[in-house]
Design a protein around this ligand. Structure first.
Ligand code: CU
Length: 233
């Protein structure tokens, strides 16, 4: 999924999006995030990714219902760029955002071409969490309050950005379940047929995750270079 960049939207579109987010974020929605946080959605790497995907999915459903399907998927905000002025909410009171330019880069380690370095979703989530926390801390105000952060509209496009990283990682992960009836040799033969070669790691017990590499990439292959294949046998 490639989400539009929040900072590239015209000002008036951002204003409309902000007002819709504020409409959507009721105390019940904030409560849902609070409960998830208390159940480990900010410490368990897998829950961190899956909970927030479902959570922003709620907002996306609302946007669709309100007649804004072009904002699904929700635009994403890259914390390398400043928070746009329309998203400077709240800008008064004790919870006001303190820093609109947290200047945190997720590049190059989370660029699509480097995501093959993370073999499992656990590894990926665990690597993202500390940087994610840094963004919340640097922005400050309610963004730095785990129980209230969703009240800040920028929370949503920021989590869109994180979700995109996971999505890009998922695109290079192929699951081969045993139920399709192939044994490991047959699975390897099929991969070979598609011009791919399995690279297994030495000094490890039976590898469940193996990196595959193009041998003779056929012109119409949809499997990107350095894809991981998860084999269940
Ligand atoms: Cu967050």
């Amino acid at each position: 999924m490639s989400r539009p960049n929040l900072n590239s939207l015209p000002e008036n579109e951002r204003l409309t999006l902000v007002s819709l987010i504020l409409q959507y974020v009721t105390p019940e929605i904030v409560e849902e995030h609070r409960n998830a946080a208390l159940s480990g959605a900010h410490s368990d790497p897998v829950l961190f990714l899956s909970f927030h995907r479902r959570y922003i999915g709620g907002l996306e459903g609302f946007l669709q219902e309100q007649g804004y399907p072009h904002w699904v998927p929700l635009p994403s905000w890259n914390p390398e760029e400043p928070i746009p002025e329309e998203f400077n909410i709240p800008n008064t009171g004790p919870g006001q955002l303190e820093n609109l330019n947290p200047n945190v880069s997720f590049s190059p380690q989370f660029d699509p071409e480097n995501l093959a370095n993370y073999e499992t979703v656990e590894e990926l989530g665990a690597a993202i969490i500390p940087l994610h926390n840094l963004v919340h801390r640097r922005i400050g105000g309610i963004m730095n309050d785990m129980f209230r952060a969703p009240e800040a509209p920028i929370f949503w496009p920021f989590h869109s950005f994180i979700d995109d990283i996971w999505w890009n990682w998922q695109r290079i992960t192929v699951v081969v379940p045993s139920c399709i009836g192939l044994n490991i040799d047959e699975a390897q033969r099929k991969l070979h047929y598609f011009g791919l070669r399995l690279i297994t790691k030495k000094n490890k017990p039976f590898p469940t995750w193996q990196r595959i590499r193009f041998q003779n990439p056929p012109s119409k292959s949809v499997i990107p270079y350095k894809t991981f294949v998860k084999l269940f046998f």
